[in-house]
Design a protein around this ligand. Structure first.
Ligand SMILES: Cc1cc2nc3c(=O)[nH]c(=O)nc-3n(C[C@H](O)[C@H](O)[C@H](O)COP(=O)(O)OP(=O)(O)OC[C@H]3O[C@@H](n4cnc5c(N)ncnc54)[C@H](O)[C@@H]3O)c2cc1C
Ligand code: FES
Length: 279
């Protein structure tokens, strides 16, 4: 069995900024330096990996590509501190290290035949992107796909070009929001929980999956309940601080759960009675 602390080297195929500013987001498309790793690697939407540079550090990131996208992985990384700043300095041709895949995944097999609504805010769209891509690549297995996504400004939207393409090809119905009015913005102005009520998806035969800032998640969950979604129809992914990523250090607990090992994906039914889950 492979030692879970030993990372794989990956080479950057492409590095591009999704958003500008102090907390800019950069997406890295990477492949394993040793091509043979692809023979044993398998991940599912929702799973994560520890990503880092030796001598700098490592941090947890969701894998923002779907396993249906072959030959590469993507990580979409917001510049926050030491490790992410060092990662942002890397460009195509450079390397970093990946330990994983870690954690559980969205139960997409169980969702077959259902309508799926993704509700994201800011960098919280990163773990939802592989869900959307997986459904697109297995389109006949799922019902309607509704994408609800918001960020502070239009420049802060990740994966901008993909929403236009999703709408125009008919694979999904996308609803975009920004927090405050901008000249020429044709979509919703306001917060994501408000946009959710405006779109008002039916809970019948549906699953809702949400990720974003804790305050957004709190109001999205309340609004989903108002719309008639039951806790077992709602999923989220938690992003508690982590160290080992494999259930050994006790850094990431919420209640009796280890987010790294039992999660990061949880149904609302699993965590609704654990107040720290939404702190
Ligand atoms: C399961 C999981 C999935 C994640 N997926 C992504 C992703 O796809 N893209 C992405 O950009 N980030 C993601 N994160 C968050 C990412 O791990 C942190 O931003 C990263 O660890 C920061 O590392 P750093 O060394 O640059 O910052 P540090 O120097 O460690 O910290 C800089 C600042 O960020 C804060 N911070 C650090 N970690 C977190 C955290 N987990 N939550 C809130 N604040 C934090 C610190 O308090 C500090 O203020 C994820 C976290 C988890 C646990
Ligand atoms: S990060 Fe170590 S136990 Fe979860």
């Amino acid at each position: 069995m492979k030692n879970p602390y030993i990372p794989y080297e990956v080479k950057i195929l492409e590095a591009r900024y999704e958003t500008p500013g102090d907390r800019c987001i950069k997406t890295f498309k990477v492949t394993f330096a040793d091509e043979k790793v692809w023979d044993t690697w398998s991940h599912l939407p929702g799973q994560c990996a520890m990503v880092g540079i030796p001598g700098v550090g490592e941090s947890m990131f969701c894998i923002s590509s779907s396993p249906t996208e072959k030959g590469y992985l993507r990580f979409s990384i917001m510049k926050m501190g030491k490790n992410t700043t060092a990662l942002h300095e890397l460009e195509a041709g450079d390397s970093f290290y990946v330990r994983g895949p870690l954690g559980n995944n969205f139960p997409l097999e169980e969702w077959k035949g259902k309508n799926v609504i993704t509700i994201g805010g800011g960098i919280g769209q990163a773990p939802l992107r592989p869900v959307i891509q997986w459904i697109r690549d297995n389109r006949d297995d799922y019902g309607e796909l509704t994408v609800i996504y918001g960020a502070r400004t239009s420049a802060d939207h990740c994966f901008k070009d993909e929403f236009e393409e999703l709408n125009s090809c008919g694979d999904a119905c996308c609803h975009l929001a920004i927090d405050v009015e901008e000249e020429g913005w044709p979509h919703f102005v306001g917060f994501v929980p408000q946009l959710l009520m405006e779109v008002s998806p039916s809970p019948e035969n549906a699953i809702a999956v949400t990720c974003g800032p804790p305050i957004m998640i709190k109001f999205v969950l309340q609004n989903l309940e108002k719309l008639g979604f039951t806790p077992d129809q709602v999923y989220t992914t938690l992003e508690n601080r982590m160290k080992c990523g494999i259930g050994k250090c006790g850094r990431c607990n919420v209640g009796h759960l280890y987010v790294c090992k039992d999660g990061p994906v949880f149904s609302y039914a699993q965590i609704k009675d654990i107040p720290e889950a939404f702190a």
